[in-house]
Write a protein of this length. Structure first.
Lengths: 366, 422
């Protein structure tokens, strides 16, 4: 009889767990009719965000997107921002659908991995306004895409890295071999190539081959220890500037740099490393910034004002509109040669003016 | 006086099949050797392959022509396979098998490294670092499973261990307090596993999975509520010291890898040896094996089956918790959500690949670590072999092991079966 009792207790536990989980998911529905006492009493605009598997605190694009919604909320108090985290790819559709059911005004999907799920849910509810970061959903007019010509900023980073490197080798690695990641690596490799062309040097890139589209990947955005192991390998190959495009995995690179007594520098991605991972600030040469925060804030604010968010052309962040940029050098400001800084600034102007063009097969199509 | 003549007991006659295990293995190794000599040798450029005895391109190095090396080691592997196939030197069959596989790997390396260099110290220490949590996790698995409790919750024990190590280590500003609480973290999950599996007889695999989810949830929640708000106060643990053993540390390659290593390396290796000796040489070990193979029989001779299982699962949790400390006190200096990224499941695979023995688990863990490090290395030097292929090597090896190609793999008979007194 004991097994039966065991199973019963287990069933009770499981049921309890489910109830708790359900309670956690089912937040109070947004009060769309709410008049919050103010005279202006604009109708509440609920902006709901679904993260990808990186979670809300990935110190990277999910965190940036959430910061954007927070900023929009701070500017326009009638915006009600909330988020839910996906823990597995199978969560994308249920999470999105839950927000459709809750009648959110604006549903934001974060990350290129969510493109398919968002497209599917958007087709199911054509009157619902969606937005997505780092992906475009073709022929879904209700999905506002926010994309970034990341290769432009990564190009500058590659040039800077090549100029800064003392060993003549620079390295990069990715979390997964997907376009939002490899676009950084393409731009980086091109920037190094451009440096070699202009200066007749031969700085090599370890960890990514743009022609072959093959390189080093951690197969994870969370495994710091793998990031460290990969960085060790790249450093052993002689690289002294490393650009990890791997979310939390990349912190392993910063850790190697921290232990290298200044021999290895890291170029962070997405959000200025000195703000998102401040304990490693002294290892960050610069950051290839994708201004996801700004783009999301703008989109949410526009939506709250009732302005249309048109799916074509959507939003494309470039060096020109500051959608992508290089972060300040922070603690490396004194270590980077002023001439190199000037060259990078000049290169930025050239890219904006179109005299230098940067291309990547992984870049979002305009 | 009647003395029983035990000697004359009938001996089961084993049919003498030609294609026994040794010959089958020999054929496989010979085929691999042939493949290596022809394919790797044919593809390898005639450029020197440099294996440096340091962490980078500097220092002394072994050098060999890539094509020559690929063919040479391929032929050696073929020879080892042929010797196994011919049935000579049966006593050394394990050695021959190891030599054959080793030569195959060397042949592959000569092909890949030709025209480049491989830093041996970095490769070896990287492999060891990647293997370290697997060694501890698999040893924890051995402890539980040899006494009949399947431990699928190694991942959860890692995660709790990693979290507690970071949290307590930071608050107490003592790395040893962190290490100790990592063990406590592992024991907490192990305790829940033990109570649910042994007392309430819940399906052990199901409990394990649930506990993994629970650990991910709890640590994730506490991370968001505490650590993320204030990284300085809660999430900057000190690092485990590196211990250098004078003299031994000066041996080339092995010295800097094994004798100038993190304290956890010594702990892990000691754990493997202790568990091995204890399992085979002590009263506790005999009882553990009895309880894992035939609990009813053990019970009838007065061994407390459940008590022993509780003890073993809890000790296992302690060891796995220490494995979790690797992530925050050795590899990196901070906790992040789900940072163990499935290492607990690979440890489980190492346990199976290692045939439920401590040294087997050690070997399997080192092999998995090497495969991962090799995948990274090859992608960094721009190899033509897709990194995805190398990344799946550990799992492929486990499948091969489970399918019975590398000898009989058999779990303890009562593994996963709750014991109910009749």
């Amino acid at each position: 009889m004991r097994p039966v009792r065991g199973k019963r207790i287990f069933a009770a536990l499981a049921a309890g767990g489910l109830t708790l989980a359900a309670a956690a998911c089912g937040e109070a529905p947004a009060e769309n009719t709410g008049s919050n006492g103010g005279a202006s009493a604009a109708p509440t605009y609920s902006a709901c965000m679904v993260t990808d598997v990186g979670g809300i605190d990935d110190r990277s694009f999910n965190a940036s997107a959430w910061a954007g919604l927070q900023a929009a909320k701070a500017a326009a108090p009638n915006i009600d921002a909330k988020n839910t985290s996906s823990t597995a790819e199978a969560d994308y559709e249920p999470n999105l659908r839950a927000y459709v059911t809750q009648k959110c005004n604006f549903i934001l999907a974060v990350g290129g991995l969510m493109g398919t799920a968002t497209g599917k849910i958007a087709k199911e509810s054509p009157d619902q306004q969606f937005a997505i970061v780092d992906a475009a959903v073709p022929d879904a007019s209700n999905v506002f895409p926010m994309q970034f010509a990341t290769e432009q900023a990564a190009f500058l980073a590659g040039y800077l890295a090549a100029g800064y490197s003392k060993t003549g080798k620079v390295g990069t690695f990715g979390g997964l071999k997907i376009p939002p990641v490899t676009v950084f690596m393409d731009g980086f490799a091109d920037g190094v190539a451009h440096f070699n062309k202009v200066k007749s040097k031969n700085v090599q890139v370890v960890g990514w081959n743009k022609q072959a589209q093959n390189g080093t990947f951690a197969e994870s955005f969370t495994a710091q220890d793998k990031g460290k192991s990969i960085t060790d390998t790249l450093v052993a190959q002689g690289a002294d500037v490393i650009m990890p495009v791997a979310g939390g995995t990349g912190l392993g690179a910063a850790d190697v740099a921290k232990g290298s007594a200044g021999k290895v520098a890291v170029i962070w991605v997405d959000t200025d490393g000195c703000k998102s991972a401040e304990q490693y600030c002294d290892t960050f040469l610069t950051t290839v910034v994708k201004n996801i925060t700004g783009a999301v804030e703008e989109a949410a604010t526009k939506g709250a004002k009732g302005e249309p968010l048109t799916a074509t052309p959507g939003y494309l962040g470039t060096l020109e509109n500051e959608g992508v940029s290089l972060a300040p050098y922070n603690q490396f400001d004194s270590k980077v040669d002023p001439a190199l800084k000037a060259e990078v600034d000049k290169l930025k102007a050239d890219v904006i003016a179109g005299t230098v063009t940067v291309t990547s097969a992984n870049s979002p199509k305009k | 006086m009647t003395t029983a003549t035990v000697d004359e007991a009938p001996v089961a006659v084993v049919p003498d099949r030609f294609w026994d295990r040794h010959r089958r293995l020999g054929a496989a190794v010979a085929a691999l050797g042939l493949l290596a000599a022809v394919l790797f040798g044919g593809l390898a450029p005639a450029e020197p392959a440099r294996f440096t005895l340091s962490e980078n391109a500097e220092g002394a190095a072994w050098e060999i022509d890539g094509r020559f090396g690929a063919i040479l080691f391929g032929v050696l592997a073929l020879a080892a396979g042929a010797a196994l196939l011919a049935g000579v030197a049966r006593r050394f069959s394990t050695l021959l098998l190891a030599a054959g596989i080793g030569c195959f790997v060397l042949s592959f390396l000569c092909w890949q490294v030709a025209g480049a260099f491989m830093p041996l110290v970095d490769t070896a220490s990287g492999s060891l670092a990647l293997a370290l949590p697997l060694i501890l996790g698999a040893t924890a698995g051995v402890l539980g499973e040899r006494s009949g409790v399947v431990n699928v919750a190694i991942e959860g024990q890692f995660l709790m261990g990693a979290f507690f190590a970071a949290m307590v280590g930071t608050l107490a500003t003592s790395v040893w307090a962190g290490l100790l609480s990592a063990a406590v973290g592992g024991v907490i999950i192990a305790g829940m596993l033990a109570v649910l599996a042994i007392r309430f007889l819940v399906d052990q695999v199901v409990v394990g999975i649930v506990l993994n989810l629970f650990a991910a949830g709890v640590t994730g929640f506490l991370y968001e509520r505490l650590m993320q708000q204030d990284q300085q106060t809660y999430n900057q643990p000190p690092r485990l010291p590196t211990w250098r053993i004078p003299g031994l540390a000066d041996i080339p390659v092995i010295g800097p890898v094994l004798f100038d290593a993190s304290a956890l390396v010594y702990i892990a290796l000691a754990a493997v040896v202790i568990v091995h000796v204890a399992l085979l040489r002590t009263r506790w070990g005999l009882r553990t094996r009895a309880v894992g193979e035939h609990p009813t029989a053990a019970d009838t001779v007065g061994i407390r089956v459940r008590g022993l299982r509780y003890t073993n699962v809890l000790i296992g949790g302690l060891v796995a918790g220490l494995g979790g400390a690797f992530f925050t006190l050795v590899a990196t200096g901070s906790f992040t959500k789900n940072m163990t990224s499935g290492a607990g499941f690979i440890a489980l695979a190492a346990l199976i690949f290692g045939r439920w023995t401590p040294f087997g688990a050690l070997g399997a863990a080192l092999f998995f670590g090497f495969a991962q490090k090799l995948a990274t290395y090859l992608s960094a030097i721009g190899s033509s072999v897709p990194s995805e292929f190398l990344n799946m090597l550990p799992y492929l090896a486990t499948l091969v092991a489970v399918a019975g190609l590398v000898g009989r793999v058999r779990a303890p008979a009562a593994d996963g079966k709750p014991y109910v007194k009749a």
